[in-house]
Design a protein around this ligand. Structure first.
Ligand code: 13P
Length: 253
């Protein structure tokens, strides 16, 4: 089965407002009416509305980088799913390694976020990935298994079609050292297999699994040519229109 490719740009904590608007506009212009690849960009919270405005009427979707699981309430500094939808978001990233390992978010909290965002109607890009010492100790599959098992616990099967999984090996993020296409393919096969156990074969066949970690214009095509690599979650190279557009073009097969 041919799955549609999803290339998403995670801008992380980069760009002030004018630069965010300019970048979104340049991506919009460069992409034209290309619709063979799904494209999303995930700017920092303060620019979600402005970027959504720039992208209105284009095929490019907006995503948030984080969400708090809850309805409105006294949660100083937090942003919930209803607010993200209202700001124009389709996607939200949950479980990024920087939130797991820098901010210290745990599986239970990530599970609460994923369930709440899906319940609200968002598409969730759920990130998983092992650290270098875990790969070296042959624990990659055990780590992915754990992250999927606990992170997606009690997600209703009806919500599975709005899940995207991003495989982002921690050692490849921002390091300039990407996983080889074979390493990515192997991990993606495992993720799809585990997803089929959780949500059934049909949902697993349709699941879009992105690779993330030092995706650049010169390695995108070989990563994306793998049968189970259905897209890319791009950090650094999504901060310039030129390199992000090259990655999107590499995804058009
Ligand atoms: P880089 O592409 O900068 O390695 O970042 C990957 C990433 O973390 C995307 O979410």
């Amino acid at each position: 089965m041919r799955r549609k490719t999803l290339v998403a740009g995670n801008w992380k904590m980069y760009k002030l407002s004018a630069a965010a608007r300019e970048l979104a506009a340049a991506i919009r212009q460069g992409l034209g009416s290309e619709q063979r690849v799904d494209v999303a960009i995930c700017p920092p919270f303060p620019w979600l509305t402005a970027v959504a405005e720039v992208l209105r009427g284009s095929p490019i979707a907006v995503g948030a980088q984080n969400v708090y699981p809850g309805n409105e309430g006294a949660f100083t500094g937090e942003v919930n799913s209803a607010m993200l939808l209202d700001a124009g978001c389709k996607y939200v990233i949950v479980g990024h390694s920087e939130r797991r390992h820098v901010i210290g978010e745990k599986d239970q909290f990530l599970n609460d976020k994923a369930k709440a965002a899906l319940q609200a109607g968002l598409h969730v890009i759920f990130c998983v990935g092992e650290k270098l010492e875990e790969r070296d100790a042959n624990k990659t599959e055990a780590v992915l298994d754990n992250q999927l098992t606990w992170g997606l616990k009690d997600v209703p099967a009806a919500h599975a079609p709005r899940l995207v999984i991003a495989y982002e090996p921690v050692w490849a993020i921002g390091s300039g050292r990407n996983a080889t296409p074979e390493q990515a393919q192997q991990a993606h096969v495992f993720i799809r297999w585990r997803f089929s156990q959780l949500f059934g074969n049909e949902a697993a066949e349709k699941l879009v699994i992105q690779y993330g970690g030092s995706v650049k214009p010169d390695n995108a095509a070989s990563l994306l040519s793998q049968p189970d690599v259905d897209g890319a979650l791009v950090g650094g190279a999504s901060l310039q229109a030129d390199s992000f557009l090259k990655i999107i073009r590499a995804a058009v097969v």
